[in-house]
Write a protein that binds this ligand. Structure first.
Ligand SMILES: [Zn+2]
Length: 258
């Protein structure tokens, strides 16, 4: 077992590194409120690191060092323009602290150990893992056109990518259970290989060797698309938010996914 520094990781207030900024909520995607209601340019004023999805579920976004990449159905990452719009994104200013190194560990076990080591099950935090993945399985949803379908209806309209011995970065956010709906409770992780040839929303992975760094937030800024007419008028009372998010966003059990 590698020595872990996780329990020492505390929010850093310099440069606002203690703040997680979220635009929109995952719950909005459940009934198909997929209109792009913020831009990459606007998001980048709130952070240099993050994840999200484009209008109409146009690709899986990952923002690293102030550059936003989109992975669409081809699996290859492309830099998106400043005016690219998104219904949902989480961003922050990177100030990651070293947690530990891990070898030969599956995603589920890795995520469990990250939470156990830092004792932060009720705290928003971000995790970045850079290393070699002996196996990575990602997906990208196929862009939908208005009038938008529900999240459940697009479940089978996604491209899946498998990589072996891939060097890359996995960036994720952990959200406490009580915030399920605003985000998905637990981890939401996106991936980008160093050579940009594979990426997307992480479904499964095996980390061969990598460094794990964490950044803990004590503040959530939840920005809502208050002027979007569909959002303003939508009645969420009959939307199966928890069930749909669990199905669409979480890593499926390995046996069920294959
Ligand atoms: Zn995602």
């Amino acid at each position: 077992m590698t020595q872990s520094h996780a329990s020492n990781i505390k929010p850093i207030t310099e440069r606002g590194a203690n703040v997680l900024y979220q635009h929109g909520t995952l719950a909005q995607l459940v009934p198909g409120l997929l209109e792009g209601t913020t831009t990459i340019a606007e998001l980048l004023t709130h952070g240099d690191t993050g994840i999200g999805t484009g209008e109409g579920l146009d690709g899986e976004l990952i923002i690293l060092d102030g550059v936003a990449y989109k992975v669409g159905p081809s699996g290859v990452a492309e830099v998106v323009p400043d005016d690219f719009t998104l219904p949902f994104a989480s961003v922050h200013r990177a100030a990651f602290q070293y947690q530990c190194q891990r070898t030969d560990i599956g995603l589920e076990e890795l995520n469990k150990k990250i939470v156990a080591a830092n004792g932060r099950a009720n705290t928003f935090f971000s995790v970045i893992v850079h290393g070699t993945f002996s196996f990575i399985k990602t997906r990208a949803v196929i862009k939908q056109q208005a009038p938008y379908p529900t999240l459940e209806q697009v479940a089978d309209q996604q491209a899946m990518f498998l990589g072996h011995d891939v060097k890359g970065t996995m960036l994720g956010y952990f959200s406490p259970l009580m915030f399920n709906g605003a985000a998905v409770a637990g981890f939401h992780e996106h991936f980008l290989s160093d050579d940009h040839t594979i990426g997307g929303h992480v479904l499964d992975a095996v980390l061969e060797r990598g460094d794990i760094l964490s950044q803990v937030f004590d503040t959530l800024v939840q920005h809502l698309p208050v002027d979007d007419p569909d959002y303003r008028s939508h009645d969420f009372s009959n939307d199966p938010i928890a069930a749909a998010l669990a199905k669409a966003e979480r890593e499926p059990r390995r046996d069920a996914a294959e």
